[in-house]
Design a protein around this ligand. Sequence first.
Ligand SMILES: Nc1ncnc2c1ncn2[C@@H]1O[C@H](COP(=O)(O)OP(=O)(O)OP(=O)(O)O)[C@@H](O)[C@H]1O
Length: 570
Amino acid sequence: MSNREAVRKLLHLLKKYNKTIAVIIGCLLISTGLSLCIPLINRQIMDAGFIGGNKSLLIQLSIMLMAIYGVISVIDIIKERKRIHISAKLQYSLSEQSFSHLMKMEAGCFNRTNYAELLNNIYADINKMVMIADESVFFVVTQAFNMLGGIVGLFIIDDRMTILVLIFIPVKFIVMKNFAKKQKSIVEEFIISNQIYANWFGDTVGGINEVKLFNIYNEKYDEFSVRQRRIIEKQRQLNMLSRWNIITDSIMVHLLSTVIYVVGANLVFDLQLTVGSVFAFITYSSYVTGPITAILNIGYLLSGIIPSTKRFYEFMDLKEESDHGSLAEAAYGDLELENITFSYETEKPLLKDVNMKFPKGSKTALIGRNGSGKSTIINLLTRLYDPADGKILLNGTDIFKISLQEYRSMVSIVSQQIYLFNDTIKNNICLYKTVSDEEVEIACRDSGLDDFLKEVSLDYMVGQNGSMLSGGQKQKIALARALIHDRPIILFDEVTSNTDVYSEHQINGLLHTRLKDKTVVIITHRQEILSKVDQVIILKHGTVTDSGRYEELLNNNDELSIMLKNNLSF
Ligand SMILES: Nc1ncnc2c1ncn2[C@@H]1O[C@H](COP(=O)(O)OP(=O)(O)OP(=O)(O)O)[C@@H](O)[C@H]1O
């Protein structure tokens, strides 16, 4: 995305608030107009009041000044309320957009990024983008007005000295522009360093147990040190640059004031100018030179906002799950994979022309060596990924013609990689579905979780991703969850890998009792289950090599019989 496009997107964000922005700019123009009168009043206070000895005029003008300051303050409060309102609305709207996009993103988008990096990027980018409603952005709009008023004020006082100020403008502009350019490049490096750190941090915290068990703390510490130092160095450079910016600005302003004092003093001594005029002139000159910094500060500000805007919209452009199906109600029936071709990465084809049929209410076991594509079939059946070619049919209807929500409401998954929310066992089972306690209890009994529930209650908090539970207990919660949601198609992804013989027996029993009418696809190499299912499908390197009833395959498929006889795992 180009800078121009990023600016266009930012302006588009503000479009909704046109009216409020108009009020803010109106307020700023009124207060700028009022402040332009202040130097002239001050000049009168000095010349006619103090030097001329006119006490009553001095009091009147002082009261007038106070009133002007009062009005400016009231206007400022009105303006700030409006501005803060825009800022808060923007923050909510960007957060809301990013959250709903995140929920709809394709599963593949999460393969190369971790949650800490995502959180860091979204949080940092939104905070930066909201700065488009920063006070200084609106302030700059009125600065042209301020400059113009300042130049008029200067000319009113003395046109010769005004030339001095006008010569100063391009000098200051060039110096300040250099600062803005440098800051832009440091900000970009700072953002990249932060992103690298957040990615590394999320990855390291995710692998905290590996760090401990493999004693790699020192190596991780070194990595931390390199990454964190890079960020701190960039931050240091930014702080120093900003300090140099302020110092240079102030030296230049003082230089101009000194020149004005010297030239002004000569004019005062020659009785061509009053003392009050010199002070008013200095104030007006700050009205003219000040905006240069303010305008370039916008460059400063934008140099931070634009990279964040680009990254935010690149994130927003990540592909969402396709959901073009219009069918809001799908009929339960046979599930079929027809000539399915699929790959996670284009250069590495995985599934090649795969055909499978799971008749309504049937039980199918998928077997094959590691990496043969079993879980990938489940990923396609849950529509976490879309096939590159071929069709998946439910009761003869292409599942892509069914709305994603409707299709997903027909499928449950019991996976070895179940994610448990940091909530109670009951809430993890029900997942926002309202069910009676009795139903939950029955599901817990059928899933074999009731043993564990003798030790803890259903209100037991499971910890971050079920960290307070064993692998087997987590899988039983996954099974109870599937039973409670009672969907017609149930996919078991290696659920028996973490279960003991008793639980395996229980799952096998369930398949032929409570789940009797469901279409079940189960990835397992457990013989007790294989021997009872309606069909076993063997996958090898992404293709179906054989299928049939277990006993038939045992007799006809050499590879299977050798492996099972030797009790080798698939
Ligand atoms: N998200 C992914 N992105 C890229 N490649 C992937 C992804 N998930 C799996 N793969 C690759 O696809 C291939 C098939 O993986 P899959 O998980 O389907 O195998 P599997 O048969 O279930 O294996 P296992 O028995 O080890 O669980 C593997 O080579 C794997 O490296």
